[in-house]
Design a protein around this ligand. Structure first.
Ligand code: 3MF
Ligand code: MG
Ligand code: MG
Length: 401
């Protein structure tokens, strides 16, 4: 399709944080999982990397993604954390050279540590801003060193709980300044990957400044960064924002900022992010349909931002989870390709707007209210609603999924 093999459209990535770092945390209990590699030492971090590459060898997926905090132990000081990260980057780099997957993206965890409870870039404390900036620098360096094709920023704590203690305008300015610093540094060191913001509403802070694609685009425009930064769209985050996955993808594509996707599943109980592995082929098909219509991924890909359920104690379940998820995506992509090749949907869509091909209608696109008013009276225009044929379109989709 479009000159590429099917798998080159999918560009699967395994997320390091769910598979190897997530302790099965339960807000009503605590840690659920026990893994032999859990621990705070460099030895544990290396054992975790070994386990990760064992899984990658079984799955054979082309990419992986990580946060700094997933791959290195936190040091007693910033400098120690940075050195730990550098050592792990060398360790992982060696494994990648031996034939492992490539890095789709790296990112900084600016949300788990208690220092970020009141925000990272948007924190009222300038020391936290500086610490976050230093951390992102070390993560861009790590991503660059491992040949990462993108760099992601998810503003997990960039928001507020109560407006009463919040200078909203100031915090958004701080976030804009921070993002400019990120872009400047990435360009300065010759990082040629794509910088991506991952929008998400309502969690963990009640009011997130990066609520959805439209909000992030407004933010990028405000700071003149819409040509520099794109978005990483996540299914679960789209649902939490009251959208569908395909809506967020289509909007991002139309704004020219569609970069990559975090694939997972949030469904009817959508008050919080459940990060399940995808298992809804029709929904996935509509997502890839939008991605293909936008020309497919360039540097982006399909990252499984999905975790095992807490009762799935055996890490071997990670194999089944990823295999099943890849199958769902492959089936969704094939359905999307078949729909595009069939062409009926696109013909019907174009047909719906065919009225705009007339000369008078075209003139209205650069006309005025007066011209429209004159036209309506001169031609006695009295519109009747046209048939939308929605069930017919859905029936076409249903033939392919
Ligand atoms: C939270 C997320 C994050 C991001 C990650 C990279 C922990 O809901 O989706 O995963 O994907 O921080 O941006
Ligand atoms: Mg995500
Ligand atoms: Mg998420």
């Amino acid at each position: 399709v479009m000159g590429k093999r099917l798998e080159d459209h999918l560009r699967f990535a395994v997320a390091w944080w769910h598979g190897f770092a997530w302790p099965g945390g339960d807000p009503f209990g605590g840690q659920t999982f026990q893994r032999p590699w859990f621990g705070d030492t460099m030895k544990d971090a290396k054992a975790k990397a070994d386990a990760a590459f064992d899984l990658f060898a079984i799955l054979g997926q082309p990419f992986f993604c990580f946060h700094d905090a997933d791959i290195r132990p936190e040091g007693a000081t910033f400098a120690e954390s940075r050195r730990n990260l550098e050592e792990m980057v060398d360790y992982i780099g060696g494994k990648m050279e031996a034939g492992g997957p490539k890095l789709l993206w790296g990112t900084a965890n600016l949300f788990s540590h208690r220092r970020y409870m009141a925000g990272a870039a948007t924190n009222p404390d300038p020391d936290v801003f500086a610490y976050a900036a230093a951390t992102v620098k070390s993560c861009i360096d790590a991503t660059q060193k491992l040949g990462g094709q993108n760099y992601v920023l998810w503003g997990g704590r960039e928001g507020y709980e109560t407006l009463l203690n919040t200078d909203l305008a100031r915090e958004r300015q701080q976030a804009g300044r921070f993002l400019q610093m990120v872009v400047d540094y990435a360009r300065k060191i010759g990082f040629d990957g794509t910088i991506l913001i991952e929008p998400k509403p309502q969690e963990p802070t009640k009011h997130q400044y990066d609520h959805d694609v439209a909000t992030v685009y407004g933010f990028l425009k405000e700071f003149g960064l819409e040509g520099e930064v794109k978005v990483n769209v996540e299914q679960g985050h789209a649902i939490l924002a009251g959208h569908s996955f395909e809506h967020e993808l289509a909007l991002a594509a139309s704004l020219g900022i569609l970069g990559s996707i975090d694939m997972n599943r949030n469904d009817y109980q959508s008050g919080w992010d459940t990060d399940q592995f995808p298992n809804n082929v029709p929904e996935v098909a509509l997502a890839y349909y939008e991605i293909l219509r936008a020309g497919g991924f360039t540097t982006g890909g399909t990252n499984f931002d999905a975790k095992l359920r807490r009762q799935s104690l055996d890490p071997v379940d990670l194999v089944a989870a990823h295999v099943g998820a890849m199958d769902v995506c492959a089936r969704g992509l094939k359905a999307a390709v078949a729909l595009l090749e069939d062409g009926e949907l696109e013909r019907l869509r174009a047909d719906r707007y065919a009225g705009w091909d007339g000369v008078a209608a075209k003139a209205m696109l650069d006309g005025s209210l007066e011209e429209a008013a004159a036209l309506v009276e001169e031609r006695s225009i009295e519109p009747e609603p046209r048939s939308g044929r929605q069930e017919r379109l859905e029936a076409i989709v249903n033939r392919f999924v």
